[in-house]
Design a binder for this molecule. Sequence first.
Ligand code: 13P
Ligand code: SF4
Length: 313
Amino acid sequence: MDNIELIGKIKKLKKEKNAIILGHYYQIDEIQQLSDYIGDSLALAEQSRKVDCDIIVFCGVHFMAETAKILNPSKKVLLPDISASCSLADSCPASEFAKFKAKYPDHTVISYINCSAEIKALSDIICTSGNAEKLVGSLPKDEKIIFAPDRNLGGYINRITGRNMVLWNGACEVHDALTADTILRYKQQYPEAKVIAHPECNDTVLQVVDFVGSTNAMLKYVKNIDVKQIIVATETGIVYQMQIENPNKEFIIVSNSGCNCNDCRHMKMNTLEKLYSCLATEKPEIIMNSELIEKAKAPIIRMLEISKSLNLI
Ligand code: 13P
Ligand code: SF4
């Protein structure tokens, strides 16, 4: 089947089965086009709680689809490729984290949403890159906090808020691989350009860019700046939306290795063929036990409530 045929069949099946496709900005262009809703992790979590449908097809990675199931357990939640994991979530195994947490019994645990349901169940509040700064800022200045699993996002929040959160030593293989030297090389090559980065990049990178933010925040930023070229230090997929919203601007994706891409191999596991097959067979499905759902839900709901009170969603 060619892409045109596949896209036609996906649209037909979606209607017949009363399914909604939620897609992350890092998905391939064709999947972003087919998505009923595209967003960052915060917006997609909120959306998955609200959607009115029988089936949610989550085009993203496993922890995102799992979060949708936790927030809307009566729906059938499908993930086109069940092995689409996340290196950051995988860098924090629950048994190790439980031992780490036990060393800091008087600490509040804030976990970045890029973690497993088991880690969420061990947390007090979940955050995303879209709300981490404000959410941490909403807690008393002297509150003792563990931040997991991303040492880069946690370190960045420590630096900009003056906190001293204890950090779990995890990272994203895509963002953590970018270096300040590479960014400086791009800046030399495009001296008029502004540089934007996701907070999963390490601090040496974040110190030399013009703007740090979630995928949504980066999209907002590039819309409102009056420059022709933007150097983008995050995953390649985001450029699709940036280009649609800003046809007269040039987006230059930063890559370390000589290849002109910065793909997340997990995000790119979802393909049109797998999306079609998952709608046709209603598999692979996210299956979770109800006890884990309940335990993991409380800190996510806390995040959504704080985000609402701070007008972030
Ligand atoms: P956002 O929440 O900013 O979309 O980030 C998700 C992600 O996986 C970044 O690597
Ligand atoms: Fe996980 Fe990094 Fe991929 Fe985001 S880009 S899904 S943090 S591996």
